[in-house]
Design a protein around this ligand. Structure first.
Ligand code: MIC
Ligand code: SF4
Length: 758
């Protein structure tokens, strides 16, 4: 498969060529007009005539146009692909090196250090990409989602990416879904992508953003309304006059953070803002091709006229009335207007002083974002202000970096004291060599990122992180305190004058066009079969994978509970990032972090439980290692929305590797649930949420009747108390008939291997 630095127009023409006919087929089959979401999905169905299309029930087989992988997840995805026996990937695919660069000094120095520290991993990713026909974006080229938006996304396209913020491309009208590596392997091996046919939530935007309100505030508001699990099983489709008033990159911000409400993805219909962005990024032909099928790159008129009749839920947001918001700490749906944070902080006993302010991440690092942030900085500097806290800025891509440098915007930010970091994830994923505070120091950071789970940015549980727009981050950095409303409050300069900050409309696109910066793309050779892929058996960062064993046909009987997690158990709690990112290609070593962040429901401790084999209290990874060595299977118990957050399949592969048989929870986040299924671990939800409360530390759990496991049929479990009594309970599962086969085979990859004859 040839891989290019952009999506060939022939591929796009192919998608558009069949779009009107497929949309007509969809209308005929469903007997009604279609949402935009449905048109894109129907246009990518493997079997559009007979695929069942019941929202929130049917599992659909889809053929995405491309696969994107970032370096921290690509390692496991490609290690799995290597065992599937294919000579080349079957669908255009790319790898993007963005997660492994640690922020320490500044962009240039940090990039060079990362190239040295991660040489083995980058070398593996580069050679494995060359070998199997995958395009490779070098470290420094940018964050996967910005690069995808600039180079590959096209309205009406469909893609999957091994990162939960893949929906960023919805800003250009793509159905872009975040997945675990095993899903990517399906598509790269020519099998369809299997996902539940979604519900569709419509968000009607009216009015226009003004003053300090930014696209980020739209999604912070939606997160407040829907909460971290309200989007589960749904695609969020934006529409209305307010939608077309937002730039393509602003739309991308909104779609990006749809991951925080559990949505399968989010998207906007095609409009002039998208056409302008396509043209500014050198894709005039794509804009022209899209214009020719524009009627099918949005919902049908009947849907727009009566949204409530066609969407499962409709939310209306008046952009004129939107106030700048700031969400946190610990969860991205805890919203309040920035004007109220000071009072809340006082009431909660949170520090008012800000210890660091950070602009960037895949969510908010576009040219327009930086123009708004830089304009505030420029006016503030002219009025004699500088930032009162460290201000760290990560450009989203090399293209954005080179352009903002040329246009003097970096200089504006530096003039108030900002440090420009590498074009990478950096502190957003704990790649932050922070020395100004230590564990235990209560401190507040404000970021324009998307997630704010405990320990995520700097590894410290005592850091409280709030997410907001880049412009509010800069304002708060200048004020140095969260007790500041940028719309009304003033800041004293050195001369003692009270300065009111100015907010100006951003510049959507650079007047002089984008600079390309240093090219970061490496195309694979036409024939990569001779390329040697290096994995040193002695490496502590990379390890070839062994297939997992098939299910032995037995019920799970009286298994210990490794962990019963209380409250949030995100993928950051299950498999932390930060310092652990270095083991993302080594299943055994990364299993050293298993459940280190989980809060023990029996004791309230973090990361520590009781080993049922020897009665000792140890860290969860140590207990799991012990059970594994003794071949004792085990079960994990979770609370609501288990596995929220990232797509990292390590959160499923590590338990699988260490002998987990099932995860029982009150509810699951979509990607985490699929990842467990893919790896052969049963995700089960309690039929009665109180069952969770009945499980004690020394209890054993059985799951019985597995030979009869069938779709839509509950499963029976038993809690065995130490006194010999037992409580029976019911669980539900969402496995389809095909997914039950994954379980029986010991994981979906084993089925691909069997079919490939390896
Ligand atoms: C994240 O934002 O949590 C990450 C790091 O980008 C993850 C992927 C990973 O863990 O590698 C995600 O969002 O999927
Ligand atoms: Fe990277 Fe952060 Fe975006 Fe994840 S959310 S892809 S870590 S910038």
């Amino acid at each position: 498969m040839a891989a290019f630095a952009n999506t060939p127009i022939e591929l796009i023409n192919g998608v558009y060529g069949r779009l009107p006919e497929r949309a007509a087929l969809g209308r005929e089959r469903l007997g009604r007009p279609l949402t935009f979401t449905e048109k894109v999905l129907i246009n990518h169905l493997r079997d559009p005539r007979s695929q069942e299309l019941e929202r929130a029930r049917s599992y659909a087989d889809l053929d995405p146009d491309r696969v994107a992988m970032q370096d921290a997840t690509a390692q496991m995805a490609l290690l799995q692909f290597m065992t599937a026996g294919l000579p080349q990937v079957a669908v255009p695919s790319t790898v993007h090196c963005d997660h492994l660069i640690q922020a320490r000094d500044d962009g240039k120095v940090d990039l060079l250090a990362a190239i040295e520290t991660n040489a083995e991993v980058y070398d593996f990713l580069e050679t494995v990409s060359a070998r199997y026909g995958v395009g490779f974006w070098k470290p420094g080229s940018g964050i996967i989602h910005q690069v995808v938006l600039e180079q590959y996304a096209f309205p009406g396209g469909m893609m999957i990416g091994t990162d939960s913020h893949t929906p960023n491309a919805g800003g250009l009208g793509v159905v872009a879904i975040g997945v675990g590596g095993a899903d990517a392997v399906d598509v790269m091996t020519g099998y369809p992508f299997n996902v539940r046919w979604p519900k569709v939530i419509g968000v009607h935007l009216i009015g226009g953003l003004d003053g300090w309100a930014a696209p980020k505030d739209v999604i912070l508001k939606v997160a407040e309304i829907l909460t971290v699990k309200g989007g589960t099983g749904a695609i969020i489709e934006y529409f209305g006059p307010g939608a077309s008033s937002i730039s393509a990159t602003g739309k991308a911000t909104i779609c990006n953070m749809g991951a925080e409400i559990g949505a399968t993805t989010s998207l906007f219909p095609y409009d002039d803002a998208m056409a302008r962005y396509l043209k500014a990024t050198g894709r005039e032909a794509v804009a022209d091709a899209a214009a020719a099928v524009a009627a099918d790159l949005r919902a049908d008129d009947e849907v727009l006229a009566d949204p409530a009749g066609f969407f499962d839920q409709v939310i209306e947001i008046d952009l004129d009335a939107l106030e700048p918001l700031i969400n946190g700490p610990h969860t991205p749906d805890r919203a309040r207007p920035v004007s109220r944070l000071g009072d809340e902080a006082r009431a909660e006993g949170w520090p008012l002083a800000i210890s660091s302010a950070l602009v960037g991440s895949c969510t908010n690092s576009s040219y327009e974002d930086i123009t708004r942030a830089a304009a505030i900085a420029r006016a503030a500097a002219a009025a004699g202000l500088t930032a009162k806290t460290p201000l760290l800025v990560t450009p989203g891509s090399e293209r954005v970096r080179a352009t903002i440098e040329r246009d003097g915007l970096l200089a504006d930010l530096e003039a108030i004291g900002a440090t420009v970091l590498a074009n990478a994830c950096g502190p957003c994923i704990g790649q932050w060599a922070r020395t100004d505070v230590q564990e235990g120091d209560p401190n507040v950071i404000v970021t324009s990122y998307n997630r704010n789970f405990p320990k995520r940015n700097d590894g410290f549980a005592s850091t409280l992180a709030f997410v907001t727009s880049p412009e509010t981050v800069v304002a708060l950095a200048l004020a140095g305190t969260v007790d500041f409303d940028p719309r009304t409050d003033t800041i004293a300069n050195d001369a003692g004058d009270e300065v009111r900050l100015e907010i100006a409309p951003g510049t959507e696109l650079p007047a002089q066009g984008f600079e390309s910066g240093e090219s970061g793309f490496l195309a694979p050779p036409e024939d990569g079969s001779g390329v040697e892929v290096r994995v040193d058996p002695a490496s502590d960062r990379l390890q070839l994978l062994e297939p997992f064993a098939a299910w032995d046909g037995n019920d799970f009987v009286e298994l210990p509970v490794l962990v019963k997690a209380k409250g949030k158990c995100t993928t950051d709690h299950i498999s932390a990032a930060g310092p652990w990112l270095k083991y993302r290609g080594h299943l055994e070593n990364i299993s050293g972090n298993l459940f280190l962040g989980a809060v023990n429901a029996f004791t309230g401790e973090t990361g520590v439980g009781k080993d049922q084999l020897d009665g000792e209290r140890k860290s969860y990874p140590d207990i799991a290692r012990h059970y594994h060595a003794e071949s004792v299977g085990w079960i994990a118990v979770g609370d609501e929305n288990y596995g929220e957050g990232s797509s990292r399949e390590h959160a499923a592969m590590e338990p699988r590797y260490r002998g987990a048989k099932a995860v029982l929870s009150r509810s699951f986040a979509r990607i985490a649930e699929t990842n467990l299924k893919k790896q052969g671990v049963l995700p089960l939800t309690f039929a009665h949420p109180f069952t969770y409360d009945q499980i004690g530390e020394d209890d054993r759990l059985s799951i019985v009747g597995l030979a009869g496991l069938a779709p839509d049929t509950p499963v029976t479990g038993r809690i065995h108390k130490p006194d010999g009594t037992a409580i029976e309970f019911q669980c539900n599962h969402s496995l389809s008939a095909d997914q039950i086969e994954w379980f029986k085979a010991g994981g979906a990859l084993n089925i691909i291997r069997q079919r490939q004859g390896v």
